[in-house]
Design a protein around this ligand. Structure first.
Ligand SMILES: NC(=O)c1ccc[n+]([C@@H]2O[C@H](COP(=O)([O-])OP(=O)(O)OC[C@H]3O[C@@H](n4cnc5c(N)ncnc54)[C@H](O)[C@@H]3O)[C@@H](O)[C@H]2O)c1
Length: 336
């Protein structure tokens, strides 16, 4: 199937790997991609920027004129392809930004919806909405294992932390998408990713690059007090993107509902720090604790039964392999 993709946030962790997985040798697909470099740079796609199948623009999802230009380009190109697919990766994502209520609302909620309206107007067949496992908030695991997409959730709220505004915004986008699909305007789904990491993450704020950089530059790591108890799973961006494409390729799965995408390889943050140290050749690593984050669940464990049943997706990059790549890149001072 020859497809035209329109991808927002294309130089981010998910977007840049999508470019690589879509534009394989010989593929006849094309990507119109844009990013405002809020949390990334052109470096992440430098290996594909000269590919004539990739049209990149430094555009902002919230800029009406720029979005009109994207729409016009998509409209003028779409008849050359069998399918037009919109993938919304642009978002205010990083933990330090979660607390910025208005910024997350503007991009993650209003921006997502405008992009969806554009997709419908231009006649796209499919829209993939990147949501987040943060929506599970304080119910991010249960006694029997992973949380499921149809489990009820208990949100932390403004009594606890502004952080939840990110999750609340993303939850709302799942309703927008469901509404559009139920109204027969488009096919699509929302994806709840859990803790995605990548070997070429530019801003080392997430926990894996943070740990590696701390050991590399300071010889020790200072973790939040929460880390004494917290456990997480980590999803390599190769696997987050292969999940997006598995869903794009499965029409029956695009019923407006939600898919968890994660691994079930759970590890405590202390064990993660010790594992990184061991892989970096550091004996007896110094791990200290300082600071506390409100509304941070002790575990985040997702059931991925739904996507595994409905598509052929399963994660391929285990934590050890993924960490090896991250450590190799960070120690080399490389970002690609
Ligand atoms: N990284 C994770 O752990 C994680 C977890 C759950 C969900 N998600 C979701 O997956 C999607 C992709 O996230 P990611 O991990 O690739 O994050 P990312 O920050 O690496 O990528 C997001 C991209 O969006 C761009 N962007 C932000 N605001 C923009 C705007 N107004 N206009 C244009 N571009 C803009 C950023 O510059 C960045 O390149 C997001 O919707 C995110 O909420 C990510």
């Amino acid at each position: 199937m020859k497809r035209l993709y329109v991808i927002s946030g294309v130089t981010g962790m998910t977007g840049n790997e999508l470019v690589r997985q879509i534009l394989t040798d010989g593929a006849e697909d094309k990507i119109i991609g844009f990013d405002n470099f809020y949390a990334s740079s052109i470096d992440t796609v430098k290996d594909r920027i000269d590919d004539e199948r990739f049209a990149f623009f430094e555009y902002d999802l919230n800029n009406e004129e720029q979005m009109r230009a994207v729409e016009e380009l998509a409209a003028s190109e779409k008849d050359k392809y069998e399918e037009l697919v919109y993938i919304n990766c642009a978002a205010v994502v990083h933990t330090e930004h979660f607390y910025h209520v208005y910024e997350t609302f503007e991009t993650n909620v209003k921006g997502m919806n405008s992009f969806l309206e554009q997709a419908v107007r231009v006649g796209a067949q499919k829209y993939i909405n990147c949501s987040t496992s943060e929506v599970y908030s304080m119910n991010s695991w249960n006694e029997t294992g992973g949380v499921k997409e149809d489990d009820y959730i208990t949100m932390a709220d403004a009594e606890h932390s502004q952080r939840t505004s990110y999750a609340v915004g993303k939850l709302l986008t799942e309703f927008f998408l469901k509404d559009a699909v139920d109204a027969g305007k488009i096919k699509g789904c929302s994806i709840r990713f859990a803790n995605v990491y990548s070997r070429n993450e530019r801003f080392p704020k997430h926990i894996i690059p943070f740990i590696i950089n701390s050991f590399k530059n300071e010889g020790k790591v200072v973790l939040l007090e929460n880390s004494r108890k917290n456990r997480r799973t980590f999803l390599n961006n190769y696997d987050s993107c292969s999940a997006v494409l598995a869903l794009v390729n499965t029409d029956t799965a695009l019923d407006g509902t939600i898919y968890n995408v994660a691994t079930d390889e759970e590890i405590s943050i202390i064990d993660l720090a010790e594992l990184c140290a061991r892989m970096m050749g550091i004996e007896n690593p110094v791990i200290e604790f300082s600071g506390y984050r409100q509304s941070d669940p002790e575990r985040r464990l997702l059931s991925t039964e739904k996507i595994r049943t409905r598509t052929n997706w399963s994660p391929r990059v285990d934590l050890e392999k993924g960490l090896k790549e991250c450590i190799r890149n960070y120690l080399a001072g490389s970002e690609s």
